[in-house]
Design a protein around this ligand. Structure first.
Ligand code: FNR
Length: 364
């Protein structure tokens, strides 16, 4: 029997062993030369910590709120597609694990399990991620089903008018699995997918994602739901300002786990620019390359309210189902707790910009 992993990175190898190559490559891969994929990880490693000593850290409180919902630590589950390719229980297992860790899961628009199934599997706080379909009625129905089923916010992903060029999927001729949410809604589109060559996912996205979306469309989204809207995929201060002016309730700094446009910066290196532009008006969340509690701490020091975890959650699911997802989140929580203790930060409010030093900053 393989030894129990002692850190989140070790789940990746277990997932590789558990999964068919096509699915592992789909989860692990990034766009084109995967420059941003590497950079998302390496940029964290260039940031140094500046711990403070002789602070009472006998009690550490990691709890926080996101949009008013209390969570045990600022570590949430990112929306990622197709959890049943990793484990037969799919998103239901992930949602139960999130609930048991007292955190929020963002359910992907491309989930295998239906929103109703996920909603009835546990009574934790959940957000719903949206891609806007060329057929707006399909997206509107999904958003309204999520709202009816108790999801608390919409995470509007805006960095995918088309899918990025993921060459592993092209090579493997990645299939597009059936999605329960779309049964009866979109069968014609799915059945007419061409694609003996290349990635069927790419074909699916090209056929169904609305690539004409623009800022104006936030009005449409607001007209179909009363839920708060977070915008996911912002990488510049220009767009952060626009998003706040347009009235979003939160911003997710994300490059989609480096799966869309290669050569975008690591998210951690643009976080501060976004935080400054937003000026505290709405919460800023970040994802991409977070694999350690120290990474979470660095993101918080640079102004994030919370982080989202993508691939490690899927690797945990592939390796051990619900227990694996819980283990991934708990490991990151434990590491964050230790980092806070060793940095002199008994609460999240104690974590400030002075606790992190970017490679470009002078030694003071
Ligand atoms: C994603 N991501 C994503 N984002 C989204 O808004 N909707 C989606 O359906 C998906 N699907 C998806 C599938 C897979 C396999 C991956 C790896 C990622 C992006 C995701 O929400 C998040 O931004 C990144 O995964 C964060 O980076 P890390 O933690 O994977 O490095």
């Amino acid at each position: 029997m393989a030894p129990e992993p002692v850190n989140v990175n070790e789940f990746k190898e277990l997932a590789r062993q558990a999964l068919p190559k096509m699915y592992f490559d789909y989860y692990a891969g990034g766009a084109e030369d995967e420059n941003t994929l590497r950079e998302n990880i390496e940029a964290y490693q260039r940031i140094r910590l500046r711990p403070r000593v002789l602070v009472d850290v006998s009690r550490i409180d990691m709890s926080t709120t996101v949009l008013g919902y209390k969570i045990s630590a600022p570590i949430m589950i990112a929306p990622t597609a197709y959890h049943q390719l990793a484990h037969p229980e799919g998103e239901v297992a992930t949602a139960r694990a999130a609930a048991s860790c007292d955190t929020i899961m963002v359910l992907s628009y491309m989930s295998n399990c239906a929103v109703e199934e996920v909603a009835s599997s546990c009574n934790a706080v959940r957000f719903y991620q949206l891609y806007v379909n060329k057929r707006r009625d399909v997206s509107a129905q999904l958003v309204q089903r999520a709202e009816r089923n108790g999801f608390k916010a919409i995470v509007w992903t805006v960095d995918a008018p088309r899918l990025g060029r993921r060459e592993a999927d092209i090579r493997n001729k990645m299939v597009a699995p059936q999605l329960k949410n779309f049964e009866g809604l979109m069968s014609a589109e799915v059945h007419t997918l061409r694609g003996d060559d290349g990635s069927k996912l790419e074909a699916f996205a090209r056929k169904t994602f609305d690539d004409s979306l623009c800022w104006e469309d936030l009005k449409w989204l607001r007209s179909i739901t009363n839920l708060p809207i977070l915008i996911k995929g912002v990488l510049t201060h220009e767009d952060a300002r626009k998003a706040v002016e347009a009235g979003v309730h939160g911003i997710v700094v994300s490059n989609h786990g480096a799966r869309q446009l290669d050569h975008t910066p690591a998210t951690i290196s643009v976080l501060e620019e976004v935080v400054q532009a937003v000026g505290g008006k709405v919460p800023v969340i970040v994802d991409g390359g977070i694999r350690r509690g120290t990474d979470v701490f660095k993101a918080l020091a640079l102004g994030a309210q919370a982080v989202l975890i993508g691939r490690p959650v899927i690797y945990g699911l592939a390796a051990m189902g619900q227990r694996g997802v819980k283990s991934v989140v708990e490991m990151l929580k434990n590491e964050l707790e230790l980092t806070m203790a060793l940095s002199g930060c008994p609460t999240l409010e104690h974590i400030t910009r002075s606790h992190a030093k970017m490679a470009s900053e002078p030694v003071n």
